[in-house]
Design a protein around this ligand. Sequence first.
Ligand code: FEO
Length: 168
Amino acid sequence: MLSKTMTDALNKHINAEIYSAYLYMAMSAQASHSGFPGIANWFAIQTKEELSHTEKLYAYVNSQGAHVILEAIEQPQTKFDSALELFEATLTHEQLVTSLINKLADLAVEEKDHATQIMLQWFISEQVEEEENARDIIDRIKLAGNQGQGLFMIDKELGSRVFVPPAA
Ligand code: FEO
């Protein structure tokens, strides 16, 4: 059973995850508009990942017999000036999500909520990967140059990303 405090915090985080999906969809739209189909694909897959994170939390709150309350989704930033800016904004956003997950984990410890602590372990590991992915692409764009042939190659490579549903 979830406490009211823990339920409210998890519901708030469901909103943060769905906002992440919305932000990455806006980034995908910007990349398409700027002529980068591969980067647009990368962000479209990232959108699906965020929806799967949302679903994971949704299923957990339901499974504990608590009530999922959906809130309004804030409008994300919709204009980005370059590929580098897109991925730097991604890293900044993922660092924010990591801090939110860490606060949820702290709360679960305070509440002596062992089931939620175990559930959040998956998200803690996932955030390490999320930050690493963004950092890796930033490094490659910086090496290749934020335009021209180098960026064209990175765009091509990011076009091959496919969605892999997370383990249950
Ligand atoms: Fe759901 Fe990208 O963290």
